[in-house]
Design a protein around this ligand. Structure first.
Ligand SMILES: [Zn+2]
Length: 245
């Protein structure tokens, strides 16, 4: 598949976290890595839509009596990809990785076709690597940044997941006839918009020295963060059920 077809195969939905929400940092990053997470949430219904609801309408979990805001760029399940934040914006998901990487959460809810979800994630990664001109070595597990056991399902076979991403990436190059229609056009550019690419290009020029925003207190995260996020989601869903939504 060429880049355009691969992008279209993702079944992308755009559900951005509203600018100004506390889990939208507004800080710019020049992403050099793609950080892979698993949600660590095996509950029924903890799919991409549920995580989109969580990140847009709540956006935090409780830790030591305080709200800890979280965010990531894309959520993937077995039938769709949802985008939440521009790829040039720092999300809050992986400590030191926040300032350098795009974050993808791969769902693992009860009843999911996990292989389909993993392959959809691999296709998303291939599109991002292609657009940002990065190679397979830039795909990293959450564990790379913080030592956490995440992505819990993909970690034991992480190299094979990376190879899967690479074969999709290679297929883009092979199938590309060099014709401009193989590349995403205006209407297809939602996965990575032309505007996002422009911002990143400008950052590339501005930040050749690599000076990025310093890590802040929001980049420190608790060990069992994904479990706390899962708890936060189940509280949100039961509140919504009680309020008759
Ligand atoms: Zn993680």
């Amino acid at each position: 598949m060429n880049r355009k077809q691969l992008g279209q195969s993702l079944n992308l939905k755009i559900e951005m976290v509203a600018p100004g929400r506390p889990n939208r940092s507004g800080k710019k990053i020049n992403p050099q890595y793609i950080t892979i997470h698993n949600t660590s949430n095996t509950s029924k219904g903890a799919d991409a839509d549920a995580h989109s609801n969580l990140i847009r309408n709540k956006g935090y979990y409780m830790w030591k009596g305080e709200k800890r805001y979280v965010s990531w760029h894309y959520t993937v399940d077995d039938n769709k990809v949802i985008k939440h934040i521009p790829i040039w914006e720092r999300a809050i998901h992986a400590g030191k990785g926040n300032g350098q990487s795009i974050a993808i959460e791969v769902c693992m809810n009860q009843g999911i076709n996990q292989q389909a979800a993993n392959d959809r994630a691999a296709r998303l990664v291939a599109c991002l690597l292609h657009d940002l001109k990065l190679n397979k070595s830039r795909i990293v597990p959450h564990k790379h940044w913080t030592g956490k056991n995440c992505p819990i399902l993909l970690l034991p076979n992480f190299a094979s997941f990376c190879s899967q991403c690479e074969s999709h990436l290679d297929a883009i190059d092979l199938s590309s006839s060099g014709s401009s229609t193989d590349e995403p056009q205006d209407g297809d550019m939602l996965l990575v918009t032309a505007e996002e690419m422009e911002i990143i290009k400008a950052l590339d020029e501005e930040l050749l020295g690599g000076a990025m925003a310093e890590d802040g207190p929001e980049d420190e995260d608790p060990d069992d963060e994904h479990t706390l996020i899962a708890q936060s989601l189940s509280e949100l869903l039961s509140e919504e059920e009680n309020s008759g939504k």
